[in-house]
Design a protein. Structure first.
Length: 144
């Protein structure tokens, strides 16, 4: 598996894996006696049932490829589904973690989507006392 193109966020399928995505299509759908065409996908279908798994696998592969980064282990340890749940004693540690995570993910082709989500969550965490974690409201001051 390799991640391709910053704009399209594609996860390319290896040539040897493309047969499992094969489907048949009539060359001319208006003529049932027409020749069948065989098509195979070159990339994973996003929006498919397995898309969250593939996204997670792509991110984990990126973290594995950058295992020497201290933040890589931190992100891997603190990720649950599509949430990174971390805590720090000091605000400057949060800022450093945010900066280091952005640097780490800048090499990932999925980075623009990651950055948009991260920016939304960081703003929530900075400007409100409550934020959503795994679908629940979390009050950091009351720890509830």
């Amino acid at each position: 598996m390799r991640i391709q193109s910053r704009q399209t966020h594609l996860v390319a399928l290896d040539e040897s894996d493309r047969d499992v995505t094969m489907f048949l299509w009539l060359r001319d759908p208006n003529d049932p006696d027409n020749q069948l065409m065989t098509y195979r996908f070159k990339a994973m279908l996003f929006g498919d049932t397995c898309s969250p798994f593939i996204l997670c696998a792509a991110i984990l592969k990126h973290l594995d490829n950058n295992h020497e980064s201290l933040v890589s282990d931190h992100v891997r340890r603190d990720t649950y589904v599509d949430n990174i749940i971390s805590g720090f004693q000091r605000e400057d540690d949060v800022v450093k973690f945010n900066h280091d995570t952005r640097d780490l993910m800048s090499g990932c082709e999925l980075q623009p989507a990651f950055m948009e989500v991260q920016q939304q969550h960081m703003q929530t965490a900075y400007w409100t006392q409550t934020t959503k974690v795994l679908g629940y409201r979390w009050d950091a001051e009351a720890e509830t």
